[in-house]
Design a protein. Structure first.
Length: 331
């Protein structure tokens, strides 16, 4: 279908092409070329007017850090924009977990109370430890092709290689008995010494069974703690599968849930300023008081998680809890 007067004229010329002389045929060829060129320009302009799909924004940026000895190391960190989006999604997911875990805990305790040392019993026990204490799942990528769990890590402050542990990679030597509880003493991520008490009766009984208690634990026994009766060691993927039965959650969500519960208790205990005291505060004093409240909450959380207050505040504590603490204080 011809759309322009020029094209219509060309059609008319083309029908009598046999009647044209050499000069007219040359003009016809030139006119056809001009129409084709105009059509091509139109297509190009329409294509350029279509907005291009926005380029995908990077999730990571290379960042340089300094160690205590002055040397530097570089690692990828999430961009601020990605962190905000992921953080909002994470805390929404953890709020859902806080509701669903109530029904899941009795099921996990039943599995942990099974008489046989199975992978299911180990995974349920590990999940209960993480739920109670906020421990990391551990194990790098879990049990690899060699059957050996990865436990090598790096102390960020010193840059020295250290052997680190999490829930799935604990060894029998890490277990110590206490009245009605067990204490887990181990080196965590970044070379941080951790000592965590587990008190839930079903979890304690299961840990004792895997540790071979009685007799008392041998402090030199490097046997993996969570190993089933066939000798297979627990991997993080086993714990992930157990947690997925609760809902679409991640291993780390249990750690974030525990952090939020501790932060909430601390926020609820913040002292409220009297009206006279608050009225006398200058803006700079208000800002300082707010920072002190946030630091106080983050410090208590970090002591349980085995990280720093800055990391606890940035990655594990819902900003809404800190905001509630400010309001409670009257700031």
């Amino acid at each position: 279908m011809l759309r322009t007067a020029s094209e219509a004229a060309l059609r008319g010329w083309a029908t009598r092409r046999g009647e044209m002389g050499p000069v007219e045929r040359a003009r016809l060829r030139d006119a056809v070329a001009r129409v084709q060129l105009a059509a091509e320009r139109g297509r190009t302009m329409r294509a350029s007017a279509t907005p291009a799909a926005p380029a995908e924004k990077p999730k990571f940026i290379e960042t340089t850090f300094k160690r205590q000895d002055g040397s530097e190391y570089t690692r990828k960190v999430y961009t601020e924009e990605h962190q905000k989006a992921a953080s909002a999604e994470k805390f929404t997911r953890v709020a859902d977990l806080a509701e669903k875990i109530k029904a899941a805990e009795p099921v996990l305790r039943e599995k942990a109370s099974a008489p046989e040392l199975t992978t299911e019993k180990a995974a349920a026990t590990a999940a209960l430890i993480m739920r109670e204490t906020g421990m990391r799942v551990g194990g790098g990528e879990g049990v690899g092709k060699t059957g050996v769990t990865e436990t090598k890590g790096m102390a960020k402050e010193t840059g020295k290689a250290v052997e680190t542990f999490g829930t799935t990679t604990l060894e029998r030597r890490h277990v110590a008995e206490e009245p009605g509880a067990v204490r887990l003493n181990f080196v965590g991520k970044a070379g941080v010494e951790q000592s965590i008490v587990v008190r839930d009766p079903a979890t304690v009984a299961s840990v004792r069974a895997f540790a071979g208690i009685p007799p008392p634990p041998d402090p030199t026994d490097r046997t993996p703690l969570f190993r089933d009766s066939t000798g297979r060691q627990l991997g993080r993927q086993d714990v992930s599968a157990e947690i997925k039965r609760i809902g679409d959650f991640k291993n780390k969500d249990l750690r974030t849930l525990v952090a939020g519960e501790i932060a909430r208790r601390e926020a609820d205990s913040v002292r409220r300023l009297g009206p006279v005291e608050r009225a006398a505060m200058k803006p700079a004093h208000v800002e300082k008081a707010a920072k002190e409240i946030a630091k106080q909450i983050a410090t208590v959380v970090s002591q349980q998680l085995g990280n720093t207050p800055a990391v606890a505040l940035k990655d594990y504590i819902n900003p809404a809890i800190i905001a509630d603490a400010y309001r409670r204080a009257g700031l």
